[in-house]
Ligand binder design. Structure first.
Ligand SMILES: [Ca+2]
Length: 443
């Protein structure tokens, strides 16, 4: 069996999807009686056109090779925001049935306390890992969870046999720092234990991959198939990167996002993932034409996109390590890969940085072009995020045809501009209701 599936939106009703695809895509497995392994790889805020196989200039050879051997889906829809997509993926149910009618952090006043808006993956629904475990699968998870922090809601309580999970929606890649004064420290679990510290030499994308390989290796000789949920934090901000990944695209994005958008669309048409004749949509009204910017701010925005590209490439590199491991142990050909982004590229109007315990360091690291060019962007305690400007290049086509067919299937019921804000979180979302209504992701 060599079925690999690569998508850039999300599975809606993932349980039914996986249950349908796995046996049908596995003739050799049916012949041998050996059931396929299932690997779901999720990129957090990964844009529609970021991957090379979808027209991106970002170098993603390992994911591109999966796409080449499999199927690319171009009409595949996520929920409009982060944890609701994840809840559908793992439960196969509508978000209002599974408790994530809206992302917890964005619960509007008229939603608070209402059924369907509990803000976590509710225990009234079964989960994909629970069912697979009952069917004889090993069930492993690494990376971002974002669907509940209490002991009865964490991955090990929802069907995962082993886990190394960031329970929050985002956080540092280097340590346990989080963004806001209301949530200054990230929460992690490992095999159901709440962690007080992270492993030595921790870097999220690398550590998640190491852990998953370790889980598979520990049980690989018992003959049972495995379900691996590789829920990467990357490329969600902050753009934290090892030093040797920070300067691989110096100056390449100084040309501005309009040029990147045009080039990506051209490649998408050549690849056949976008119909010929498709016109580039107007730039979002709140994003200025890059040619009106002074060279320095234009270069800073370019540097942010350089870092973002590094995040995607680094993720691809570590996914490649997992692929190589599965080939080495002879399981690659009996594994279904499903790859997608949870909600498309982030586009929040965040010019300012969050307040928080490391605010001073963050601001010091981001205030000048000289700092950016000195690698400050990717290091611990520095919070680089592109916001609307650079990331509009990776926006999925819903931006290109807002209100048109590309928007079909998106559930916008959760996209209310009113948001619950914690103290010390003044910059989140830019406070722009009009923008919040059209932003199709968030977390
Ligand atoms: Ca997300």
């Amino acid at each position: 069996m060599k079925t690999k599936i690569i998508l850039t939106a999300a599975v809606v009703g993932g349980l039914a999807f996986a249950a349908t695809v796995a046996p049908a895509a596995s003739p050799s497995a049916a012949a041998t009686g050996k059931r396929p392994n299932i690997v779901i790889i999720l990129g957090d805020d990964l844009g529609f056109s970021d991957l090379g196989c979808f027209g991106g200039e970002i170098k993603t050879p390992r994911l591109d090779s999966l796409a080449k051997a499999g199927v690319r889906c171009t009409q595949f829809y996520t929920h409009a925001s982060c944890s609701p997509t994840r809840s559908m993926l793992l439960s196969g149910t509508d978000t209002h049935r599974n408790g994530l009618g809206n992302m917890d952090e964005w619960t509007a006043p008229n939603q608070m306390g209402k059924p369907g808006y509990e803000g976590y993956l509710h225990t009234r629904v079964a989960t994909l890992p629970q069912l697979l475990k009952d069917s004889g699968y090993h069930t492993y998870m690494v990376g971002k969870w974002h669907m509940g922090k209490k002991p009865d809601l964490i991955p090990v309580a929802r069907g995962f046999e082993r886990d190394f999970a960031l329970l929050d929606g985002a956080g540092s890649y280097w340590d346990m720092l989080n963004f806001t004064a209301s949530n200054p420290k990230s929460t992690y679990t490992e095999d159901g234990r709440y962690l007080k510290k992270l492993p030595k030499d921790y870097y999220a994308t690398k550590t998640y991959t190491d852990k998953m390989i370790g889980y598979i290796e520990a049980n690989r000789r018992d003959g049972k198939p495995f379900f691996a949920y590789v829920s990467h934090q990357a490329p969600h901000d902050p753009y934290h990167l090892p030093r040797d990944w920070r300067n691989r695209h110096v100056g390449e994005y100084d040309k501005g996002w309009d040029a990147v958008r045009r080039e990506r669309l051209k490649r998408q048409v050549e690849l056949g993932v976008t119909p010929a004749g498709t016109e580039l949509a107007e730039r979002m009204w709140f994003v200025p034409d890059p040619i009106v910017l002074a060279p320095a701010p234009r270069a800073v925005l370019g540097k942010k996109m350089e870092l973002y590209a590094g995040m995607v490439e680094n993720m691809d590199f570590h996914i490649g390590r997992l692929i190589d491991y599965l080939k080495k142990i002879g399981e690659y050909d009996n594994t279904i890969f499903i790859v997608f982004g949870d909600n498309g590229a982030e586009v929040r109007l965040r010019g300012r940085l969050h307040s928080g315990p490391h605010r001073r360091r963050v601001e010091r690291g981001a205030q000048s072009l000289r700092d950016w060019r000195r690698d400050a962007g990717g290091g611990p305690g520095v919070c680089a995020r592109a916001g609307a400007h650079a990331r509009c290049a990776g926006r999925r086509r819903v931006w290109h045809a807002r209100g048109g067919r590309q928007g079909q299937g998106l559930d916008r019921r959760g996209l209310l501009p009113a948001r619950r804000r914690g103290p010390g979180d003044p910059g989140e979302g830019g406070g722009n209701p009009a923008a919040a209504q059209v932003v199709c992701d968030g977390g």
